[in-house]
Design a protein around this ligand. Sequence first.
Ligand code: SF4
Length: 378
Amino acid sequence: MPISEPTSLLELTQEELTQLLASWGQPRYRADQVWAWLYGKLAADPAGMTDLPKALRERLTAQTRVDPLKLIIQQRSSDLQTAKWLFRLPDGLTIETVLMLYDERSTVCISTQAGCAMGCVFCATGQAGLARNLTPGEIVAQVLAAARWLADDERRKTMDENDATIMALGPSSSVLRLTNIVVMGMGEPLANYDRTWAALRRITDPGAFGLGARHITLSTVGLPQGIRKMADEPLQINLAVSLHAPNDDLRTQLVPINHRYPIAEVLAAVKDYIARTHRRVTFEYALMAGINDTPALARQLAGLLKGVLCHVNLIPLNPVAESPYQPSSPENATAFQKILEVNHIPATVRMRRGIDIDAGCGQLRRRAALGTGEGMKG
Ligand code: SF4
């Protein structure tokens, strides 16, 4: 079947790119060169693919484009350790991507859907509903955008003198290359399974972007079929499950999909996953003051997870204006963690990142759409 000109070169597999260029009369090695430019050298523009003949560069420029994403808004947190981007897709929808800088790693949080159908009550994305699934190219493009931003020499040369984080680390620090990916942004990745995994295969392919699978974590609200399917994937992507409550009554209030897939079904799938992969699973628990952070609920959670090969990430919710869902106090978060640990459930209280730039999922998008307003992501 002939390959039509794509919206973005990132939508093509290597074989499809080869077919496209073959249909233009180009030998296979030209496709290999373009592939290396896209994923190895992070080229955003065919005009810069300097080892290609000029005529081919011109045709690529005229008939294709690299990036399906158009940057609409970029924000840096006041501590400069978090960057958040709002991108416009070719059909006008918008998505968010967040880059977080740590001492020795740089983690990008990517979206897999425009919107989300899961309806978590504390999440701005969930309140807006699902528009559509992202394509593999749109998912991969977020990773490449973050990698380009980190690698951008020009940005480094012209960056603010006050950019103390990066200046102090120096240009050779590993923070200047992308080291980790969390599939934890807008959308439920297991509800867009095939496209998400097509993107993850490209991201981990040593002949493409080449990031190790163990440096990638996929976070799901807990779709049992998808979790079991993940157990059969050869790529050792880490699994995180957003639990947020230890009983069905509370979880259904917070995470409405729990009505369809109650905790027992989610946990049964997680236990199958662990039995087949022997890999530790992370449970995400967004701590909300007075909602799910009491000592009694901590004890209930410890009982629920007893004997499960897991780690619990406790994340005080990003603060939301005019919402009943507010973050737990540091004291309550620590007390919750201690109860889990006393009961032999390993747990960590995680920092919230980028509070001043709406880094909670869906907040920047919502603010951009409304001109105000905020939401949350667990
Ligand atoms: S928290 Fe995640 S799964 Fe829930 S509505 Fe928001 S994006 Fe969807």
